[in-house]
Design a protein around this ligand. Structure first.
Ligand code: ADP
Ligand code: MG
Length: 306
């Protein structure tokens, strides 16, 4: 099913979202990325029907669904923290959305079990949520979202609350579940976004500031704000304005001189924190760096006036 937002607006006090216009084709995967507070969750909740927009419309498969109840939208949602009933077993938790829609017990438990087996949880169906790891709990949440066979899946930072090893455990299941469905995946982490989708929508301060191929956006950010958000963490004055560059965009040379503040060794590489005139600069270095003065060239970067 396709998903389309037309002129969506929503305000909370000082914060205003939109107007957002966005079209996601049936079966397309899109990641929505932006810093904390940029309006990602609000946008997702409007699509899911959990927050009413102040204006604009949500079209699902070409039909205006703006006033449709959440459970009638054919949309599954996975949130940052698992939303499970502590007093129900894993199987009961996953069967619950079916039972509450009047599906018979036999069929509901059968379908719930099938989904849990697909998510590698077949041995845990009789456990309670508190007896599971956080990663397993998040997979049960995914099972709850999938059991109604939604054609549209929404994810709101489903890995953010997990430790890195658990993210690696859950991500493959999210990927498998996404196959063949229309997916909108919200995250504040651009790298995570690129795992999920080639098309990335960057949202800042409630506005869409980039929408396109993730590689293209990463290599050619449209503004200094997007560049900084994408890891162009270094900024130095240049003839063109300010040159923004990433730690790995430098090589040994004589163009710039910096005073070394700290050096550390991380994942097989040297990293340097240096002070170049008024700015702190982070650099990746191919070999053991000097301890006092470091000289480098900027191999590539992006120039912005601000
Ligand atoms: P994100 O998910 O990108 O971090 P949110 O959509 O959660 O951003 O929030 C965007 C802004 O809207 C924030 O300033 C937040 O405080 C505000 N906000 C979100 N939901 C509500 C609400 N229910 N009531 C008041 N303010 C809200
Ligand atoms: Mg959020």
């Amino acid at each position: 099913m396709s998903l389309e937002l037309r002129g969506i607006v929503k305000s909370f006090g000082d914060f205003s979202l939109g107007p957002i216009n966005l079209k996601i084709e049936s079966g397309e995967r899109v990641a929505v990325v932006g810093p904390s507070g940029s309006g990602k969750s609000t946008l997702l909740r409007i699509i899911a029907g959990l927050t009413p927009p102040d204006g604009g419309a949500v079209f699902i498969n070409g039909t205006d669904a703006t006033k449709t109840e959440p459970w009638r939208r054919g949309v599954g949602v996975v949130f940052q923290t698992p939303a499970l009933f502590p007093s129900l077993t894993v199987l009961e938790n996953v069967a619950e959305p079916l039972l509450s829609r009047g599906v018979s017990k036999g069929e509901a438990y059968g379908r719930a079990r099938d989904v849990l087996v697909r998510l590698g949880l077949g041995d845990l169906v009789h456990r309670y949520p508190a007896q599971l790891s956080r990663g397993q709990q998040q997979r049960v949440s995914l099972a709850r979202a999938l059991v109604l066979e939604p054609q549209i899946l929404l994810f709101d930072e489903p890995l953010t609350a997990l430790d890195p090893p658990l993210r690696g455990e859950v991500l493959p299941y999210i990927y498998e579940a996404s196959r063949g469905r229309t997916v909108l995946y919200v995250t504040h982490d651009f790298e995570e976004a690129t795992f999920i989708a080639r098309r990335v929508v960057v949202i800042m301060n409630g506005r869409v500031v980039a929408d396109g191929d993730s590689v293209e956006i990463f290599e050619n950010p449209p503004s200094s704000a997007v560049a900084e958000f994408l890891g162009y963490s270094n900024k130095l004055p240049a003839d063109c304005g300010h040159l923004y560059f990433r730690p790995w965009d430098v090589r040994p040379g004589s163009g710039y001189r910096g005073r070394v503040i700290a050096v550390w060794y991380k994942a097989g590489k040297y990293e340097v924190l240096a002070r170049v005139s008024d700015s702190y600069i982070r650099l990746h270095w191919p070999h053991k760096p000097p301890t006092d003065i470091i000289e480098f060239d900027i191999a590539r970067g992006k120039c912005f006036r601000d």
